[in-house]
Design a protein around this ligand. Structure first.
Ligand SMILES: O=C[C@H](O)[C@@H](O)[C@@H](O)[C@H](O)C(=O)O
Length: 476
């Protein structure tokens, strides 16, 4: 039996195979959105075993394990050993068939450890031992793993109050390796619906910005300081996780009143919460516009839906789902208010509800380009859509209703350092789609033209769009 992950995995036609092997496979990686840990990258962390490197932060796997009936003790429980957790995952893997986890698991075992065995209860012991031995080697340190995957740029996701000490230290030390930039993520500054944690956040913000925050204006000033600080460390984008786009009307005086109320511990009305969020989103977009950053919005996740689980294991642990979709009008209004004053930044919009694909693919064409190719982007298939059909849907809609050639490409959205082969996965899906089109005569068999398109989507567009500097191989 030939191995499941073979060189033509997912490539169903001759043109697809040619496109992938001759044009896409060797392109470097620009991973402009992920959740990798900057300290692990800076400190070049080594991992003891597969549980540590693969399972610890990856709530996609946890969710599958729960669905397969694994007891929480073996998922996030502190009393179970790494080996027990791994065995629980190994038993789960065969049950993930047709979920992207099945593909990712075997692709990652193959690319990093050259393992062809399918992971299951029987093979678990052998795979555990083989990988444990390899993980001790220097070739398996965090930075080595990123270099092995030909990564040029990696952008982490960082809270607005983060010290970014690891970004700073990494930038000072690394020589000609990949670059690591932070992303400004001020979600907690918007969370006025939880007055207690909001007030604690304001304390931290005061400390790191050196600004005493006693009203809305000084609050904004402190955020602006942080934005400047992120900029000084190469940040080229902000990112906002929002359930829906906020575009309410508000008055400046109302914002001071709302800020005062939340700081005095009061619960806000739904109306006030929405006004506050609308104002902040607008301000963040203005800051990004001033600095030429890109403004990213991850829209549509309903997070932390399980109170019992939230109390036990906290946020980002696999209890989130897709929210209802009512985004077209508020999103158009939000963007238009910025456009009208010529203050619309480059914007990347990611939707979690698949019924919004066509809405976004058409909406991104509503705005002036200002000479920036693909200024408004429909972000790549994300989270629950980070799978073959999800990517194909996104790419087909984008190609039909906008310009595929201007797309800034895929991200790993990673929660484990072993997730980088998701770029390979994506490239295979993309080449397969274009290859099938060639075979059916839907697009010409002009490999140079299509090869160039692949280089743009998989690498160059993102570099140019975000204006990264100092990445390996950059022409100065
Ligand atoms: O945890 C959830 C998922 O990994 C991820 O898709 C989101 O966290 C998203 O990247 C975001 O930044 O909002």
């Amino acid at each position: 039996m030939s191995p499941f992950i073979h060189e033509d995995f997912l490539l169903q036609s001759e043109p697809a195979r040619k496109l992938y092997h001759d044009y896409a496979s060797s392109l470097p990686i620009v991973d402009y959105h992920n959740h990798l840990a900057p300290d692990e990258i800076h400190q070049d962390k080594r991992f003891r075993n597969l549980t540590e490197i693969w399972l610890r932060g990856d709530h996609y796997k946890w969710r599958a394990m729960r669905t397969a009936g694994v007891d929480e003790h073996y998922i996030t429980g502190e009393a179970s050993s790494d080996l027990e957790k791994f065995l629980a995952w190994a038993k789960t893997v065969p049950q993930t068939l047709k979920n992207p986890l099945y593909h990712w698991t075997h692709l990652e075992l193959k690319r990093y450890f050259d393992i062809d065995l399918p992971l299951n209860e029987q093979t678990a012991g052998e795979i555990w031992e083989q990988t444990e031995a390899l993980l001790q080697k220097s070739a398996f340190s965090t930075r080595s793993l990123l270099k092995k995957m030909n990564v040029h740029v990696v952008c982490t996701t960082d809270d607005a109050v983060d010290t970014l000490e690891h970004h700073k230290a990494y930038a000072a030390e690394s020589e000609g390796e990949f670059v690591m930039y932070p992303t400004f993520r001020p979600d907690k500054a918007m969370k006025v619906e939880e007055p207690e944690s909001f007030r604690q956040y304001i304390k931290k913000l005061e400390e790191v910005s050196g600004i005493q925050i006693d009203h809305y204006t000084s609050f904004l000033e402190a955020l602006r300081r942080r934005h400047d600080y992120f900029d000084s460390l190469g940040c080229r984008a902000s990112d906002h996780g929002i359930e829906e786009p906020f575009a309410e009307e508000y008055q400046e005086s109302e914002l001071n009143r709302i800020f005062g109320s939340v700081m005095s511990g009061s619960r806000l009305s739904e109306d006030d919460i929405r006004k506050f969020k609308s104002a902040l989103m607008h301000e963040f977009a203005l800051m990004d516009h001033e600095k030429g950053w890109a403004f990213q919005m991850h829209i549509g996740a309903m997070r932390n839906n399980n109170t019992r689980a939230y109390q036990q294991v906290g946020p980002d642990s696999g209890f989130d789902s897709i929210g209802d979709s009512q985004i077209a009008k508020p999103l158009a209004l939000f963007l238009d208010r910025l456009e009208v004053n010529r203050q619309l930044p480059k914007t990347v919009i990611y939707n979690l509800n698949p019924s919004d694909n066509a809405t976004l693919a058409t909406m991104i064409g509503n705005f002036m380009g200002d000479g920036i190719p693909g200024k408004i982007q429909h972000g790549p298939a994300w989270w629950f859509h980070d799978q073959k059909e999800g990517m194909e849907d996104h790419l087909q809609t984008l190609a039909n209703m906008s310009l595929l050639s201007r797309f800034v490409g895929m991200v790993t959205d990673s929660r484990s350092i072993l997730s980088l082969p998701r770029h390979e996965y994506y490239r295979r899906v993309l080449c397969n789609m274009l290859g099938n089109d060639i075979e059916q005569g839907i697009i010409p068999s002009d490999y140079d033209m299509i090869g160039q398109l692949l280089e743009q989507i998989c690498y160059r567009n993102a570099l140019e769009y975000f204006s990264y500097v100092d990445y390996p191989g950059q022409q100065k």
